[in-house]
Design a protein. Sequence first.
Length: 359
Amino acid sequence: MIDANFFDGRSARLHPARLLPSSTGLVVSAPSFERSYPRDAIALSEPFAAAPAMLRFADGASCEVPAGEGREQLLAALGYRKSAVVRWQARWPAALLALVLLAGLLALAWFRGLPWAAEHVAASLPASVDTRLGQAALASLAQQKLIGPSRLPAERIAEVEALLPAVQPAQGRLPLRLLVRESGPLGANALALPDGTIIVTDGLVRLAMGKKEALDDGARAELVAVLGHEAGHVEHRHTVRVMARSSLTAALSATLFGDFSAVAAGLPAVLSQMAYSREMETDANKYAIEVLHRQHLSASHFSDILGKLEQQQDAATAKLPRWMRNTLGYLSTHPDTDDRILLMDAVSAIEKGGDGNYR
Ligand SMILES: [Zn+2]
């Protein structure tokens, strides 16, 4: 006899009862009734260590058997065997292994699955997205007074604009457009907008010219290098790809951690935190070097201007408030000049000791 609490499934009333296992099932015996259930009309929920065992019967009734000897007798009588999962979860090594596997799976989804999915999402977005994003970005730059009309002489602007065909690929994804603009906050800088607009600041043109007050061949080559880098961002469609990745990251973290505010905050939030990845910067650098080679210019012009930019930018951004540096970050300012100079050193070394193909 096993003591149990019986509920008939129709009222909330508890009936103290005794259970008597039989060869065909179970007899429930209470002071006012006796019921007999065949084995296949009894379902046993998974028993936990210190919790009562729950029996559910086909007629809607249920029975609670407190933990203890009676419960063990009942489990034995009903032929209960712990399932494999129940046995595993009671073992520390198996639980730890499962935890490690779960973490591995999440990491794989995060670092591999997500970029892969983002590439597919970006590829499926039409070019009109790039155009609209570019227009919106340009409007917001002007609105925030980050750029204004160039103060360079008209002939200097024309000289800079004349460099654009050198970086425009024959079969480009988008026609490029070059704007020379004055910008106090951006300093000497260049940015690529997703619609193919490349903005070069007056400061960058002056930086390339140096003290000479004229665009000599060296200054032209340096500007071509920077334009090439920015054209690389346009051609590889980096803005849209970064956006797709950040949006998916926000969506995945919301799914995992239940905080949908990042997604609800929408694209503006994503845009303001955007930065090109290191691979993207490297791709843009490769593109710039190809452009220089096509023009029979040495890649050292690229490292020259990057060195100048880095010096100038360290001084300029130190004065900017933090929010503004973040805002500028999404428009592809030049975050990794150290890496670029390293890259350029490697390229220069190849050129010097190389097979003579490069000039
Ligand atoms: Zn870049």
